[in-house]
Design a protein around this ligand. Sequence first.
Ligand code: NAP
Ligand code: ZN
Ligand code: ZN
Length: 349
Amino acid sequence: MQKIQAWGAAAAGTPLAPMIIERREPGLHDVVLDVLFCGVCHSDIHQARDEWSGGVFPMVPGHEVVGRVARLGSGVTKFKVGDIAGVGCMVDSCRTCGPCKEDLEQFCQEGNAPTYNGTEMDRKTPTYGGYSSQLVVDERFALRIPAGMDPAAAAPLLCAGITTYSPLRQSGCKPGDRVGVVGLGGLGHMAVKLAASMGAQVTVLSTSSGKEADARRLGATDFVVTKDAESFQRLAGRLDLLIDTVSAPHDYNAYLGLLRPRGTMAIVGAPATASPLHPFSLILGGKRLLGSIIGGIAETQEMLDHCARHGIASDIEVIPIQKINEAYERVLKSDVRYRFVIDMASLKG
Ligand code: NAP
Ligand code: ZN
Ligand code: ZN
């Protein structure tokens, strides 16, 4: 075991502060990453504040991790020392169940090992995330960051990127499709870029009128402020697909009304409390509701390679770890353009 530096929440809702955690010595198939950058996902905030309940504390958040391979187990074939690698929301799974065999480790029937706020597959050893100087992970759960990609701007792809890429792919997004993106935050801005890269016509639906110019720069061709009832009338029945990234409770029924018959609404935003769904919102028009959580490891690599081909990365604001509590408050006010990324060199500062 090695003691390393990290930042985390000692208990639910306490401000994040420096702490020392332990990482295992690398096993045969493990890579040791020196963490360079870690994105700040809204899920980090939900979990550090235990809004989804059942949180494991002390908690070191961070599941948008990019690092440099510092050491390797002797059985590792996918990486060499010095490579840039990424880790998303999972660090292991059972590898043998039906979903795991279908590259759907996010649905592992044993429950996967989340990057933090859970345990390794031994169900004893707590996992700690990327707000830390080092991370040790089996090579199967480490992603190759394509050459030439800025490591800081690549970090948010490991969660925000795959979480929006997967439902676009599951829905067969194709040129000419009319895709609505609800909420222009970390996930939302990636959904806009990715849908546009697939040839879709993107409409952003936002509570923030000040984000219109950004939405268009990111690739949207239409922008509506959801506080205006008129927006809902203008778009009624027009969209093929909606990607809902909103982090707070809101009215799903109103958005379902924007879909064409047989259109799909994909929910990826994860508010802590339930919102009512009226059956008529679905049955009139045969609408489909799709839930989606991150993506499997193979699909995550596919997304990274797609981003490299299309020159896509996240729009980021780099912060030192000492600013993390302030950054959380700004995310809660939708005051981020569009992802905070922690420069882990600041841990030593
Ligand atoms: P984020 O950067 O805070 O973006 C969320 C956006 O939602 C905000 O920028 C804002 O956009 C909009 N919004 C916020 N409060 C709202 C409200 N009360 N009513 C309407 N719109 C509101 O968060 P994120 O990191 O993108 O994460 C978004 C959600 O997805 C979180 O709940 C997170 O836990 C979840 N998530 C799920 C997965 C998954 O696998 N399913 C993965 C990652 C994250 P506007 O200013 O444009 O309105
Ligand atoms: Zn996330
Ligand atoms: Zn499994």
